[in-house]
Design a protein around this ligand. Structure first.
Ligand code: ZN
Length: 434
């Protein structure tokens, strides 16, 4: 190893502030699984990552699915008899059930109620609902708004279009020394929700900035895709390429409360699983590891049995386990700079370990090599002056039989990965391991 794979962490405040600024800019946009909101979002990300934008036409078959019609919306409201908007899409885009078909007309309140969704247990919050694959229309509103609707009839308008178009996603590939890839994927299909959706996008942009400036062994693929149909589409169009993915993470919900959470790959013992176990075991805050389950974000598709890719998922409190999830309370106040920074910091730690992790072979395996005559004893004796730990050197020599990776040596020895890596660099420099 000649190249330094351990770069300096960018300034914490600047980095988390940049993530937060991006989230604030993306927040007002009405996104869905297709449509101009996705294009606008990708356009803003493109200011920081040179994304390739893909447009996949409606009707294209992708495994067992088809690319749906494209949905766009300009306006929607419910007006009372005085002509006042009692529910107004322009005030909050969560008010319209995503993929609502166009509708215009007067509706009796008892019929209208079949199209209205509220959260009685949180009377000020607006829920987030979708109806991608069933043609219907609806509004989401707070329970307080609904309680105030006392008239017999309302004027309803959903000025949307659902027509032939395309599904849009963004992709950026950064080549490394090898064609082996690390996949980083985030969904881009939610409207004004911060933690679920925008925090993941912001983390990916921060990771891109880190990876792009560092020397790297791996190639990196960044995907900004609509949830579920986006990963299915990418896999269908890139089936041959998928085998290059050696490690991957789906990033979702990384700015909210709760400790960092890593969900294992379907394999359960992939290198990425071990790397995150190591990173979290060595972190002092509350963090947790979940086993794989076939529910969640796009890891469901990447880990489907026909691919079984080593792709885990990073988040904080898992989706559905915090009351703000999929409601208007998942807003700019819900996320924090600290959580965003902690999430990106742990992901960068994982990337650093993946980059540096490898197995060496001891070139002098019959009895210990004489370290003193190579000047290594000074390094050993002067632990406090140098970064190389004597015991770490002995562990690397002992376990470098070609099958133990540096991460495994760190796990077995209890020494920090950086310490083991520094010892390996020193020994490799003296041709004692290769
Ligand atoms: Zn969601």
């Amino acid at each position: 190893m000649t190249k330094a794979h351990l770069g300096t962490a960018p300034d914490q405040n600047i980095q988390s502030q940049q993530m937060h600024d991006l989230i604030c800019r993306l927040f007002p946009i009405c996104r869905s699984i297709t449509g101009d909101g996705v294009r606008q979002t990708l356009g803003i990300i493109q200011e920081q990552i040179p994304l390739e934008i893909h447009e996949i036409p409606t009707g294209t078959s992708v495994f067992d699915w088809n690319i749906p019609r494209e949905w766009n919306i300009r306006d929607a409201y419910i007006k009372d008899s005085k002509g006042e908007r009692v529910v107004d899409f322009r005030k909050c885009n969560l008010h319209v059930v995503s993929y609502s078909v166009p509708f215009k007309g007067k509706v009796k309140i008892q019929d209208l109620k079949k199209h209205l969704f509220t959260l009685p247990e949180h009377p000020d919050w607006i829920p987030y609902r979708t109806s991608y694959y069933k043609e219907t229309w609806g509004f989401c509103l707070s329970q307080k708004q609904l309680n105030a609707m006392t008239e017999d009839e309302y004027e309803v308008c959903i000025d949307s279009t659902l027509q032939e178009g395309s599904l849009t996603y963004g992709e950026h590939y950064i080549p490394g020394e090898t064609a082996d890839e690390i996949l980083l994927s985030s969904h881009i299909c939610h409207p004004s929700l911060c933690n679920d959706n925008l925090s993941g996008i912001a983390l990916m942009v921060a990771l891109f900035k880190y990876v792009n400036q560092e020397p790297r062994k791996y190639s990196y693929r960044f995907l900004f895709i609509p949830g579920t149909i986006g990963s299915i589409t990418w896999l269908a169009l890139n089936e041959a390429r998928a085998s290059s993915i050696k490690h991957g993470i789906v990033v979702a919900g990384v700015g909210g409360e709760g400790g960092f959470t890593y969900k294992r790959t379907r394999r359960g013992n992939a290198e990425i699983d071990r790397v995150f176990s190591y990173v979290l075991r060595n972190s002092t805050d509350a963090s947790s590891i979940l086993d794989f389950s076939p529910y969640g974000y796009d890891e469901r598709q990447f880990c489907s049995p026909g691919f079984n890719l080593p792709v885990g998922c990073v988040m904080r409190t898992p989706f559905g386990q915090y009351p703000e999830y999929h409601t208007s309370a998942d807003n700019l106040e819900f996320i924090s700079l600290e959580a965003l920074f902690d999430s990106v910091d742990k992901c960068i730690s994982a990337v650093k370990i993946l980059e540096a992790n490898r197995a060496y072979s001891n070139q002098n395996p019959k009895c210990e090599p004489q370290l003193g005559k190579r000047g290594l004893y000074e390094a050993l004796g002067g632990q406090r002056q140098t970064k190389v730990n004597e015991m770490a050197i002995l562990w690397v020599l002992s376990l470098s039989d070609g099958s133990h990776s540096l991460l495994e040596i760190a796990e077995k020895s209890g020494y920090e990965f950086d310490s083991i890596k520094n010892a390996a660099d020193l020994l490799a420099g003296h041709q004692l391991i290769k």
